[in-house]
Design a binder for this molecule. Structure first.
Ligand code: ATP
Length: 259
């Protein structure tokens, strides 16, 4: 792995560093020989936004799906909030999952429900003891944090792609996750809308002190949101550094992402 030179000022002070996600030697093969992950090691510290880059099919989504137990790895260790998630009982894993928000690439809203109902449905599913008033106020708060309170009575079909992404994000935020995993949050959006979503990711990090992994092919998104970037190649982390470090990497293949 190419370890790029660190800029000291970008690094959090050692005493503030606390690993929230730790992945060690993660392996996953699909079928007989689709060796997707071949020893991935990564750590995400509290309050950090880590961007994962890599060609299509390199295993970025598989990596984050392993974190939330949607895919079972063949070998390796995954610690989230100091819990070894691969050895937890289903009920224990569910407790951890509630603390992790996952914004899927295809995070569709329910078409037959209004924005309010979509958000309230998520909340009721995970927090059963809330009153109708509490649900309403949390729906409003979540919509406010993505700047879309006026869309509360709209149906998904009335929303633009960018608005749907924002509502999808509000639905993730309503459960007040400590970790957010973003799988290509700006895919399919125009440049300006992509920038708005990237700014929102940054805003959420600052206001809510969340820790995130962001998978993206959108280098403007990576530049704006990444505290650190890891590049996945041939089933391992091939390079790691800040945007500015990797942009100047000696490795031409790494640099090609930035051109
Ligand atoms: N559930 C699954 N069953 C079988 N193969 C899978 C499964 N999930 C992923 N794969 C395979 O794993 C490989 C990596 O997929 P993954 O979705 O992680 O790629 P990615 O790096 O996120 O790509 P992209 O940038 O295109 O989203 C692909 O070859 C894919 O076909």
């Amino acid at each position: 792995m190419i370890k790029e030179e660190k800029h000291i000022e970008k690094e959090p002070k050692a005493k503030d560093k606390k690993a929230i996600i730790e992945i060690k030697d993660l392996h996953k093969t699909f079928g007989k020989n689709n060796k997707v992950l071949q020893g991935v090691n990564l750590t995400v510290n509290k309050g950090e936004d880590l961007v994962i880059l890599g060609r299509s099919g390199s295993g970025k989504s598989v990596t984050i799906k392993c974190i939330v137990g949607l895919i079972e790895p063949d070998k390796g260790e995954i610690k989230v909030f100091d819990e070894n998630v691969l050895h937890l009982k289903k009920s224990e894993l569910n407790e951890i999952r509630v603390r992790i928000g996952f914004l899927f690439q295809s995070g569709a809203l329910y078409d037959s429900m209004s924005v309010r109902e979509n958000l309230a449905f998520t909340l009721r599913k995970h927090k059963r003891d809330l009153s109708a008033e509490e649900i309403e106020s949390q729906v409003i708060e979540a919509l406010d944090s993505v700047g879309l309170s006026e869309a509360i009575d709209k149906m998904p079909s009335e929303l633009s792609g960018g608005m749907q992404k924002r509502i999808g994000l509000a639905r993730t935020l309503i459960l007040k996750p400590e970790i957010i995993l973003y799988d290509e949050p700006t895919t399919g959006l125009d440049t300006i809308t992509s920038r708005e979503i990237s700014e929102l990711i940054l805003d959420i990090k600052h206001k809510r002190k969340t820790t995130s992994i962001i998978i993206t092919h959108d280098m403007a998104c990576a530049k704006l949101t990444a505290d650190r970037i890891m590049v996945l190649k041939d089933g391992v982390i091939h390079a790691e550094g800040t945007y500015e470090e990797l942009e100047k990497s000696e490795d031409e293949w790494v640099r090609s992402f930035f051109q």
